[in-house]
Design a protein around this ligand. Structure first.
Ligand code: FES
Length: 195
């Protein structure tokens, strides 16, 4: 039996350890790629959908309409100019189009414009659908009484988190809903994600 000096054994062991480590890394990366968890370097560029929902005026977005077209509660496609033809600054207008959340509230600013974000109707307590009460300027949940201000911030529990936001793009007289947070978060006054 050959007895190796201890430093040789240590070296041998650390070599084996390193080999296992690199094999482990390579295996992990392959698995992650297979599962789509790692994006190849070239796909770190935003997709056209991402770019044009965050920066609709970007020159690459001239002919691109992100998201889906908003419909009114009767299922009719909404035309931006018609929506703004009646004075309703400060109002919140329930529209459909996205699968989740099924209803969002457009925000009409003053002077009347359609804001670049809409407010989700899904109560953050247990998921009931909140209703806009124009006379109280609040969203009210019929299930357990949570209330939110006109920006979707909680003013009365049991809900503890603000209503979600989605991106709105107004283009070619269409109102487009994109199921991702807006580039600008009107509640924290910060960028939601890079433009
Ligand atoms: S689900 Fe809205 S308050 Fe409970």
């Amino acid at each position: 039996m050959v007895i190796r000096p201890s430093h040789v054994q240590l070296h041998h062991t650390s070599q084996l350890g390193r080999r296992h480590f690199f094999r482990y890394l390579a295996g992990g990366a392959t698995a992650a790629l297979a599962l789509g968890q790692l994006r190849p370097a070239e796909s770190l560029e935003p997709t056209l959908e991402e770019l044009c929902s965050a920066s609709p005026l970007n020159s690459r977005c001239q002919n691109y309409l992100p998201g889906v077209q908003a419909k009114d509660e009767q299922g009719q496609l909404i035309q931006a100019n018609q929506l703004l033809s009646t004075p309703q600054s400060g109002n919140r207008i329930a529209v459909k189009g996205l699968a989740d959340p099924a209803i969002v509230y457009l925000v009409i600013t003053s002077p009347p414009q359609i804001a670049e974000y809409a407010i989700s109707s899904v109560c953050t307590h247990l998921g009931c659908t909140v209703a806009w009460k124009a006379d109280q300027k609040q969203f009210v949940c019929p299930c357990h009484g949570s209330r939110y201000d006109d920006q979707g911030r909680v003013v009365q529990g049991p809900a503890r988190r603000s209503l979600g936001l989605v991106t709105v793009v107004v283009k070619q007289n269409q109102v487009r809903l994109v199921a991702r947070p807006p580039a600008f978060d009107p509640r924290s006054k910060t960028l939601g994600f890079p433009r």
